[in-house]
Design a protein around this ligand. Sequence first.
Ligand code: GLN
Length: 276
Amino acid sequence: MTLADVLQMGKRRLSEAGVPEPEWNAWYLFSHCFHINRNRYFLCSEEIAAEENIKTFENLLVEREKRIPLEYIIHETEFMGLPFQVNEHVLIPRQDTECLVEEVLKVSEGKDVLDLCTGSGCIGISLAKLGKCKSVTLSDISGEALAVAEKNARKNDVAVRLVESDLFRDIRGSFDIIVSNPPYIRSKEIDELMPEVREHEPRLALDGSEDGLLFYRSIIKVINSFLKPNGWLFFEIGWNQGEEVSRMMREEGFHAVEVKKDLAGLDRIVQGQYRE
Ligand code: GLN
């Protein structure tokens, strides 16, 4: 089989399995197995493919046919231009979350930052790398997720503090900035998501209970003990949660509460500054 035949076989198999964007998915797995970029592929697509690489490629196709997300198959992704490892214990970092990080970066210099529900660590580690913060603490209820975050901190060569904690339960001290992308999907809506998400991403990272707002409510309720006066709170939210989360923050004494949009033009961030 030539390289072109192998790539063609991948596209066909993924398409038959109903995988969305089969061409792109096949290319991604193919380039990973054959260590090849577009330019090289165009030069040598008629060369005979090595048996060993074909085997590896076929094994990865089997996983993708089961709708395992690409990032879990390859075990890596990129966020804010930085490399992150992922596995099935953490949510795959989303591009929309980069908008949240961009907002925090505007005020992060010299600040003590807490990333609650850190998962892969993508938010806090990007801030530690790019945000000139004084300190960054990453926290998650899942020890398995924190192990991934720890590897990612090392990979990106940043110093962070890691705390295994159910929200604030084991957090000590107070912070200038608290940022969180908590689970915010309504429990009932999880079954309607694409199979990659509903069957393979951790439910713990998705499920925001009956109305999707449980974590915002729980965080805001005790924020007084953990956020310094004039400190900032940044949340990622679902597209229809802006009004409700802003209201909760105003009621708790936040000012300058603003809802910001993601690249698709949907409400994605709520931020505000705490009372003095
Ligand atoms: N903070 C991580 C992210 O934004 C994980 C979020 C989560 O598990 N809900 O990707």
